[in-house]
Ligand binder design. Structure first.
Ligand SMILES: CC1=C(CCC(=O)O)c2cc3nc(cc4[nH]c(cc5[nH]c(cc1n2)c(C)c5CCC(=O)O)c(CCC(=O)O)c4C)C(CCC(=O)O)=C3C
Ligand SMILES: [Fe+2]
Length: 305
């Protein structure tokens, strides 16, 4: 049995004040071929919310909920938290873990899917952080969990609530972050998204038409990314006479900026212009079922050895 002596919550990170917005965006896009104009417009999204991304608060809440779940089940394991792109940075957390005598940790990442952006990039950044720390603990990423019921069921619950807010006959619109077509692992990512969309639809409303669409496209316009964009899809629904859209952000674990701006502001605005009834489902966040996942994945990892 693998003896893990800590759980490490790994997330994306986000700014917590106006002065942090640009340095954060520069961290995220270093070496990644994102046009300056895109950065400036994304900075505006953050400034609309006072320069504060909700993601760090959501991580603090998730960490507390995971700690409560572990303690409630007699699992005595410290939980640490580190981000890829903002404080608390992974390297600082890994250093603290080493100082606390941690030898081997399991990492729970706030991204449920396979593919480069969702999985491999997190592993690379964990490894980079480890290289910065002499005597760093071993850190194993827990497996991709998008198809686990603890992830799918909270989404199905919130999809039901969203459908209840739009006229009957409305379609389900599943959204995820777009990635470049050429991104490694893109096919696995898309296959998993389709499976999760179908699983949520089957649990909620088996006869409801649905589509998988994308949001938050970045990169230069010349580079092909996954399509269609959610706003174009809303337009198609409107043209086809569909009476409403229940948008379910299956690609995300919490209601962070890509949800709060790209869906609640941008996509909602497009729907309003079209006169298309629109509701957005919540992401798993700290749903009581979702917060049991780290414990269950840990147990499965330990039993597998
Ligand atoms: C697949 C995917 C997820 C889901 C998986 C996961 O959750 O990890 C995700 C999540 C997130 N993306 C986030 C923020 C950003 N992503 C950017 C840029 C990019 N994302 C990409 C993909 C993804 N991103 C890609 C291929 C790029 C292009 C540059 C590159 O190849 O790296 C940029 C640069 C500006 C822009 O162009 O948008 C920002 C600011 C935040 C934090 C939100 C907050 O602050 O609340 C979160 C959770
Ligand atoms: Fe992103």
């Amino acid at each position: 049995m693998t003896a893990y002596d800590a759980l490490l919550l790994v997330s994306f990170g986000g700014p917590e004040g106006p002065d942090e917005v640009m340095p954060f965006l520069e961290n995220v896009t270093r070496g990644r071929n994102v046009p300056r104009a895109r950065l400036e417009s994304v900075a505006e999204h953050y400034h609309l919310f006072g320069g504060v991304s909700p993601i760090n608060r959501q991580c603090r809440e998730l960490k507390a909920a995971i700690e409560a779940d572990l303690a409630g089940h007699g699992v005595e394991l410290p939980v640490y938290w580190g981000n890829r792109n903002w404080e608390p940075y992974l390297a600082d957390t890994v250093r603290r873990m080493r100082d606390d005598g941690i030898r081997r940790a399991a990492a729970f990442v706030t991204s449920a899917y396979s593919g480069y952006s969702c999985s491999d990039q997190y592993v690379e950044d964990i490894e980079r952080a480890r290289q910065e720390v002499d005597g760093a603990p071993l850190i194993d990423k827990l497996p991709v969990y998008c198809l686990r019921p603890e992830f799918v069921e909270p989404l199905a619950e919130s999809a039901r609530e969203a459908l209840d807010q739009v006229p009957s006959g409305a379609h389900l619109v599943f959204t995820a972050h777009s990635v470049p077509l050429a991104q490694p692992g893109r096919a696995d990512y898309v296959a998993e998204l389709n499976q999760v969309a179908a699983a949520v639809r089957d649990r909620v409303a088996p006869d409801t038409p649905w589509a998988l669409v994308y949001q938050s496209r970045s990169g230069p316009p010349s580079q092909p990314w996954l399509e269609p964009d959610v706003r174009d899809h809303l337009e198609e629904l409107h043209k086809a006479g569909v009476p409403g859209a229940a948008v379910v952000p299956i690609g995300f674990v919490s209601d962070h900026m890509e949800v709060k701006f790209d869906l609640d502001v941008e996509a909602a605005q497009r729907a309003a212009e079209l006169g298309l009834p629109f509701a957005r489902a919540a992401t798993p966040g700290t749903h009581p079922r979702f917060v049991t996942l780290p414990r269950r994945l840990l147990r499965a990892a330990q039993d597998a050895e």
